[in-house]
Ligand binder design. Sequence first.
Ligand code: 5AD
Ligand code: SF4
Length: 443
Amino acid sequence: MRKICIVTFGCQMNKLDSELAAEALQDAGHVVVQDEASADTVIFNTCSVRDHAEQRALSRLVQLRTRRESDSGFRLGLMGCFAEREGEALIERLPYLDFAVGTRQFMRLPEMLEQAERGRSGRFGEADDPGPGLDAAHARSRHHGIHGFVSVMRGCGNRCAYCIVPSVRGGEVSRPVADVVREVASLVDAGAREVTLLGQNIDAYGKGSVWNLARLLARIEEKIPESAGLRRIRFVTSHPRDIDRELVEAVATLPRACGHFHMPAQSGSDKMLKAMRRGYSRAEYDDKLAMIHEAAPTATIASDFIVGFPGETEEDFRATLDLVLAARFQNSYIFKYSPRPGTLAEREMTDDVPKAEKRRRNLALLEAQNAVNRERSESLVGTRRTILVEGESSRDPSRWTGRTAENLICVFPAPEDGAIKAGDLLDLAICSATPLTLFGRPV
Ligand code: 5AD
Ligand code: SF4
């Protein structure tokens, strides 16, 4: 029996995989701990989306090297996208690593840990070796507090020029509706009050069948009554090309589907969108924005942007800035382009925007979004919002936090003992605001 700490980098899908891996390790008799210092085994769940993400994981790994080499009982492992990308080569490069598994093999961690104990260190879970499948991972009932995450599809069927995801997570595979509904029900049974459906390109759910995301949401609404405890259903991430009116109307009409879309634009310039192989133009993106505003008027929209993609000129960048200011996103996540091994952009395009220029564009875009955030937040002062209570603020125990369906973070004074609990819906009168947070009082 080992005391294992899993350290997670990257997206929500990775966080979910860490939870699933933790369950599998617990089932095998191990203890999963939160703090690295008390663990005798540390597993890094890694991300490859940008070079920076890989470097962060690597530097943490290197920090543990001395411990691994001086303490014969200590084990070090790797899982996730970086492990998948590097494969066997990683084991050769980092001899102090005991084991590594790719993105679809983490259910084999107990077995690999056992092999490491028997001195067969350094095995890499082969991508085409099924092992205990992911279905086994999803079949269990997990308890997470009020938030539950369900991956409704894995992998990605697009080929955006910059993106490592299709190569580290494979092609798009949707899970059967009945499995998803069963998993949502079991999470709700275990205490989840809000469930987020995850997919790298979730609007493509069910492609090629009679199912789509709108119908999946409706099925969850129908099969899992509010009395069971499910208060909210979210989903991420939406691709601008695949998002359609049926989905937006479903979100607007289904009572528990949250009016929030994360629909990354990546750029506001047609030339860049084409070079990125995004599959839509700026005008088409604007049409989708207009369609969402019309069919789901209270919904909020968040976006991702990449600055400094190969060939991005000042004019292209201005087009992105223009989009951020015109669309008034609820939030924008802004990234500096980072060439990823094996992607089209890395193979065929020159990373020609200087670092300092990427940084300048990044800051300028952040500043623009920040101004939008400030205005949006201030316009909500004096209104009432319903939040799902999440509990005590991690920064300040005299305050509690929660979120609106539109994904706005709200803070309110800590309630008296037992008066309000995590998972409750609560109405707040908003009295003040900062760009990213609303402050309210229960009404
Ligand atoms: N460089 C910079 N940002 C990237 N993203 C994906 N690939 C790269 C890359 N090579 C960003 C995109 C995506 C988000 C998850 O990360 O904006 O939506
Ligand atoms: Fe998630 Fe992509 Fe990072 Fe993998 S590479 S952890 S899929 S963001």
